[in-house]
Structures are given as C-alpha cells and as structure tokens.
Design a protein around this ligand. Structure first.
Ligand code: SAH
Length: 252
C-alpha cells in the first residue's frame, strides 16, 4: 500500500486502518517514515526492507503471508509509480496469495502542495507528465525528456535530482528558455525536513547544490509555476458564472 509522501498524516484512512490490523509490515525504510508504524499492533512483525533486494522482499512477503492474515508492503507515495509493484505482485499471484493495493498520495502531489502550485491552469497547460530522466533505467522509445518536454506542459520528474545537468540540456533542446521556472522539493511533507528551492532552468542546479539536495527530491518544471503571484489569470471555467455544468446552471 501507499504510505504517502512522508508525513504520516497523509496516509489514507483506509491505509491507516489496515496498518492497525496488520500482522506483518515490510516498509521501504529510506522513504517511508517509521512514525507510520505507531498505529501497528504491539505484536505486529515490522521490518525495514532497506538492504533487501527484490527476491528477498518477495520471499519475506510470501513467508509471512503463508502464516499470517494481513501482510503489508508499505511503499512511498503511490505504489503505481516507480514502485516495482508488478514484480512483487506476480510471485504472490503464483503462490495464490490474495493481493490488494491501497493508493497513496504521490510525492508529485505533495510537492505541488508544498509549493502552493497548480499543475494545470486554464489556457496555460492542461497536461501533466509524470516521468524521469534516463539513468540506469533506459527510457522506452519516444519517452526521452527532449521529446516529452516539447509539449511545454507540466513535467514532474522523479528520480532525477542527481541528473539536473541532463534536465537542463534536454529542456533547452526542447525549446525551454533559461528563465523557465523550476521548483525542487526535497522530502515534501516530511515534518521539519521539507526543503523548497525555486529557481530557473539556468540556476536550479547551482541552487540545489548550495542547499546540498541530492536525493529524495521532486523536480517540477511548468509554465504554471508561480501563478499565485500573477496579476492576470484566466479563471477555470468550472467556477465561471457563464459556464453551465451538471450541478449548476449558468447565469447570463
Ligand atoms: N511511488 C513514489 C515514487 C517512488 S520513486 C511516489 O508516488 O511518490 C522515488 C522518487 O520519488 C524519489 O527519487 C523522488 O523523486 C520522489 N519522492 C519520493 N518521496 C518524495 C518526497 N517526500 N518529496 C519529494 N520527492 C519524493
């Protein structure tokens, strides 16, 4: 299940209820706050998966599930994003173990919230791309950052904070200007640990280096950034007086 971005209060109510019932929890130590475990039963078997490889994780989950009722794999953010979900589910399916997924608040959403940013704005961009820069994991054809960035929509870049130089090169190649705003959030939502760095395509790398941010960070590049301070804003049609929708008649 998804533990959310870090703040234990951002675990869903459903997730918290399941933690209370769990007989065993395997949590992704480096990214999931241990305070989330405070809701677990005193006799719950709790283990940090830091240092375990995928095979060991799967073996642990299977061994516990064969003995216990409720076994949780607690992952950061939402399990459907960069979470090796399918690699874990397939062996459990093979063993006939019942599997369910509880979603979580992704760090992309927590980062937007930390910066009081809207990832979509009317007539600016209506699209968000959740992606990463090519590192050790190769990008499928057509998904290089240069190609995706050509849409000039909002980009949320996971797993890419050590690759800011490539982000700069690729965005420039895709036509973004040096003064395009960039937002980096380190440990979004973590109580007392969250850091927010605002910069431009030209200086964001220097700024992150100065703040020593080199892990657990979300990079958001978007033409919507900073809209809170814009004097002219196209308002969302949803709240426009002249716009009729299912729940409200337009006034003319
Ligand atoms: N499933 C997770 C993503 C896991 S990949 C989710 O939905 O958020 C790990 C990457 O997520 C990190 O490299 C970083 O880019 C991002 N990340 C995870 N937690 C974060 C947080 N609290 N603040 C900023 N970025 C975070």
């Amino acid at each position: 299940m998804g533990a959310g971005p870090g703040d234990p209060n951002l675990i869903t109510v459903k997730g918290r209820n399941l933690i209370e019932q769990a007989d065993a929890i395997l949590f992704a130590g480096s990214l999931v706050s241990e305070t989330a475990m405070r809701w677990a039963k005193p006799d719950c078997d709790i283990q940090d998966s830091k240092g375990m490889d995928l095979e060991e994780i799967v073996a642990w989950l299977i061994a516990k599930a064969q003995k216990k009722q409720v076994v949780i794999r607690l992952q950061t953010g939402d399990p459907s994003l960069y979470g090796a979900l399918i690699e874990m589910v397939q062996p459990l399916d093979e063993q006939g173990i019942e599997v369910g997924v509880i979603p979580g608040v992704s760090s992309a959403m927590a980062s937007a919230a930390a910066g009081v940013e809207s990832l979509t704005l009317p007539e600016v961009t209506q699209t968000v791309i959740l992606t990463r820069v090519e590192g050790r994991t190769p990008m499928p054809e057509g998904e290089s950052l240069v190609e995706l960035a050509q849409h000039h929509c909002t980009l949320c870049l996971f797993l890419s904070i050590t690759l800011l130089k490539k982000v700069q090169t690729d965005l420039r190649a895709a036509g973004w200007s040096d003064d395009a705003p960039v937002l980096v959030i380190h440990k979004a939502s973590w109580p007392d640990e969250e850091q927010i760095v605002r910069g431009t395509l030209a200086d964001i790398r220097e700024k992150c280096r100065a703040e020593k941010i080199n892990s657990q960070a979300m990079i958001i590049v978007s033409p919507t950034l900073g809209a809170r301070h814009w004097s002219e804003l196209k308002k969302s049609k949803l709240y426009d007086k002249s716009f009729t929708h299912r729940f409200r008649k337009a006034v003319s």
